[in-house]
Design a protein around this ligand. Structure first.
Ligand code: BDP
Length: 323
């Protein structure tokens, strides 16, 4: 073989690589939260690892701040492979994959630490698998931590009766409407991006979420009372479009799983710091944190756990047994 030919042959793999080898893949990642939010930071770090550890076969680009649409829209886009990866609240997955609603039930976890134990263990994996094995063309890889959700309102809620008739935004999942109505409020579903102006214009009297979301989405500007009901502790799956997943080699699939799981653990530390800092900032901005007896809220939502949980009684027992 003459020299020229040798050089040509040696250059061939690179030429193919540039033209896009069978496994080169560009990941667009969708996030509703803004830059700097714990989930966003952990996912970006995951993306860097994916790029480095796939030797450049995978590229990763974060689209934070909801620029690719609401979580419902993002899920639909991921289902058809137009978006490759996303992190969404489990709340929004419930209407699509009802089996996940067992985690979406009010007071199903004793506390935040209990939720973490459950998602780290076999039950957490089972629920991820429910998403993956559903007909919805998604692969669920890991869990992000979204803390504990409490009520925030324009007028203070110091006892359950104060919630009576108040229009409270919930995520688009019938379970949450039932939950809010059971607590005496009037549950109204809307996308995350609509909450700010709905609070401002008085379309709603309040919403419910964790401190970082209340802060970073500016909801605190029009809702100054934060009542610590702790009614929901929703973990947040990181999903990949199955269309994308099936284009990966087994090695690449293993890599994606590994770095997603690492992101699960990394986000948790970021979450704790952000949550504490958000509480301080909210208080400094004049938000009153109201400690409340949770029992009336727990009791009022018993029919919701009954309605949505009866078919998962065994699973709920296993969740309760996790110490
Ligand atoms: C936040 C979740 C986010 C949801 C949002 C909501 O992190 O995924 O979109 O709540 O309630 O806590 O819409």
């Amino acid at each position: 073989m003459n020299l020229k030919r040798k050089l040509l042959v040696a250059a061939l793999p690179f030429a193919f690589g540039l033209a896009g080898s069978a496994h080169a893949l560009d990941i667009k990642f969708a996030e509703i939260h803004p830059a700097g939010y714990p989930t966003v930071v952990a996912e970006q770090n995951m993306g860097k690892k994916l790029e480095a550890q796939s030797n450049g076969e995978i590229t990763f680009k974060m689209f934070a701040g909801g620029v690719l649409g609401s979580e419902k829209e993002v899920i639909e886009q991921a289902q058809i492979g137009a978006i490759q990866m996303a992190r969404v609240s489990l709340g929004i997955v419930g209407p699509v994959v009802p089996d996940v609603n067992v985690f979406n039930m009010p007071f199903v976890f004793r506390d935040h630490a209990h939720m973490r134990k459950v998602i780290d263990g076999e039950i957490g994996q089972e629920i991820l698998d429910k998403i993956t094995n559903s007909e919805f063309n998604l692969v669920a890889l890991a869990w992000m931590d979204g803390g504990t959700r409490n009520l925030y309102t324009k007028e203070p809620v110091r006892k359950i009766e104060d919630l009576h008739g108040k229009k409270i935004r919930v995520q688009g999942n019938p379970l949450f409407i039932d939950m809010m109505n059971a607590m005496g409020g009037n549950g109204i579903a809307m996308d995350t991006g609509e909450i700010f102006s709905a609070l401002q214009t008085g379309v709603i009297d309040g919403a419910e979420n964790n401190p970082p979301t209340m802060l970073e989405h500016n909801h605190f500007q029009n809702a100054k009372y934060y009542t610590l009901t702790g009614h929901l502790i929703l973990p947040e799956p990181v999903v990949m479009s199955k269309t994308t997943w099936e284009k990966l080699t087994p090695e690449q699939q293993a890599l994606v799983k590994k770095v997603a799981r690492e992101a699960q653990m990394e986000e948790r530390a970021l979450w704790d710091a952000k949550s504490a800092a958000s509480e301080e900032k909210l208080k400094a901005a004049g938000v009153e944190f109201i400690a409340v007896d949770k029992k009336p809220f727990f009791d009022a939502t018993a029919p919701v756990r009954e309605k949505y949980g009866a078919q998962y009684a065994d699973l709920m027992k296993r969740i309760a047994d996790v110490q």
